[in-house]
Design a binder for this molecule. Structure first.
Ligand SMILES: [Fe+2]
Ligand SMILES: [Fe+2]
Length: 490
């Protein structure tokens, strides 16, 4: 957690950590980008140039130089611009996903424009897929990288005065403009009808530019119409094939995009059905935490679908022995018959078992991690106190009465920890005055801060304050407003 008012030395340490992360990120992004850069450069020469000539002895040095130019530009775009201006760490998986999608789009676009017609350039394919699977920034930079590679390829495979070069450049510009517009208009998790509308109407917006560029080349023939039709068909085609590609990537990379998260949030999912029948108290608790987490994530600019979904699954580890958790007990409490050491190990192991169960069910990594991290290294105070009371003399080490961790590593994991703690506490006892209710929520959050549970994630004090206010507003409506707002604390 970043407290930007106090503790400057800690802020400095966090800065150092961020610099180290940045260096690692730049190093890890270079390999996929170089691989894809080589692939694009070689394929570009194959489609648009006289391939064998470029690799003959007298041209080899020049060819390598041109390829290095293209690859260097890609490396600058991704290693420098992308990472340097990005607030969070990019995973290796996202780089490979971006690189593969870039290569697929480049190969399809180059093949169609090289072998069918230069105006068929479906550059918006990568945009559609990457917005859904990663984010808008990645999609934008990918379009820029492909534009650069095409221009470099065209520039070295044609003479500047060639009409083919002018057409090629105008085609790639139109393709890139379509991609930029799709990027601007498309939102994650559109309904099918909105996807259809974006894919049909966006390419129309850029076609006047296509006509204009054709006229600039002093071509006043029927070609104008063909250029428009080919470019339009390319953009619509990209929109049609993006869904199957998204599905394939979701499966290969186990990606938690919004389509997948929505599927996982269906209460008919086998794991949630098991939770509802075997641990109904935990199931209800998870649904309420889901509502709170979704509202908090929206309020601090995190993915609300991810927050809801992770909340639904955060306690699946309790399926191993539901009766040991208070929300699933009615009259019988097995802890009455156990020593505190055994009780606490039954309780704390639900994070580890949850992680195992989530992996077995191939849940996305973000959710697996939250199953493990949502209690961080918090102590189970009730059983610690019980053990102290039973102990006749001497101190008792707290370590045995804590969750094993790790602490939350992301903002979503942190907000689920907060929502989870507050929901569980309010389920046990809901204060009946507004003042007491707010005080209780504040003290529950302050306790987690004092236990340094947010030290390993990038959440700020500002975020925590927003989360607190959101929960204060949202929770009474979920609990059917049992708080008397006018009643004063006695
Ligand atoms: Fe839990
Ligand atoms: Fe929980």
């Amino acid at each position: 957690m970043i407290d930007n008012v106090k503790d400057l030395s800690r802020a400095e340490r966090i800065k150092q950590l961020e610099r180290k992360k940045l260096r690692n990120a730049i190093l890890k992004c270079l390999f996929p980008m170089v691989v894809v850069g080589v692939g694009m450069a070689v394929y570009g020469l194959f489609v648009f140039g006289n391939f064998t000539e470029y690799f003959e002895e007298e041209q080899l040095a020049g060819t390598i130089g041109r390829m290095l130019l293209g690859i260097g530009l890609m490396a600058i775009l991704f290693g420098g611009v992308y990472e340097y201006t990005r607030s969070k760490n990019t995973s290796v998986r996202d780089y490979w996903l971006t690189a593969i999608m870039m290569l697929i789009t480049y190969v399809i676009s180059a093949s169609l424009s090289g072998f069918v017609n230069i105006y068929i350039m479906p550059l918006s394919l990568a945009t559609f897929v990457l917005i859904e699977l990663i984010d808008r920034r990645t999609a934008t930079l990918t379009t820029a990288a492909m534009l650069v590679m095409f221009i470099v390829t065209f520039a070295f495979t044609n003479r500047p005065e060639d009409i083919v070069l002018q057409e090629a450049v105008s085609s790639v510009v139109i393709g890139a403009m379509s991609a930029v517009l799709v990027n601007f208009l498309e939102k994650k998790h559109f309904s099918r009808i909105k996807y259809l509308l974006v894919s049909l109407f966006t390419p129309l917006i850029v076609q006047p530019m296509n006509v204009f560029l054709t006229l600039m080349m002093e071509d006043y023939s029927i070609n104008i119409l063909f250029h428009v039709l080919y470019a339009y068909a390319a953009s619509v085609g990209a929109a049609l094939v993006f869904m199957p590609i998204v599905y394939i990537f979701e499966s290969i990379f186990n990606i938690a995009d919004d389509f997948r998260l929505n599927e996982l949030c269906q209460l008919s999912h086998p794991l949630l059905k098991r939770l509802a029948s075997e641990a109904p108290g935990t199931f209800n608790h998870s649904l309420v935490v889901g509502n709170l987490a979704e509202a908090c994530a929206s309020a601090i600019g995190e993915n609300p679908h991810m927050a809801r979904c992770a909340a639904y699954y955060h306690d699946i580890g309790k399926l191993k022995a539901p009766i040991y958790f208070s929300e699933n007990q009615s009259t019988y409490n097995p802890h009455d018959e156990l020593i505190p050491e055994v009780s606490v190990s039954m309780i704390t192991s639900h994070t580890l078992f949850g992680e195992i169960l989530a992996k077995q069910n191939k849940l996305p990594k973000e959710i697996v991690d939250i199953c493990r991290q949502h209690h961080g290294t918090s102590p189970v105070s009730y059983f610690y106190r019980k053990a102290i009371n039973l102990k006749e003399e001497g101190d008792l080490a707290m370590d045995q009465y804590k969750y094993a961790g790790p602490k939350p590593q992301t903002k979503v994991a942190a907000l689920i920890m907060i929502a989870d703690t507050i929901e569980a506490a309010m389920r046990a006892y809901m204060p009946d005055t507004r003042e007491e209710y707010e005080q209780r929520i504040t003290s529950l959050i302050d306790e987690k801060i004092s236990l340094r549970q947010f030290d390993e994630c990038p959440i700020t004090m500002g975020d925590i304050d927003i989360i607190k206010k959101t929960i204060i507003e949202v929770l009474p409506s979920i609990h059917h407003s049992r708080i008397d707002y006018n009643k004063k604390k006695k």
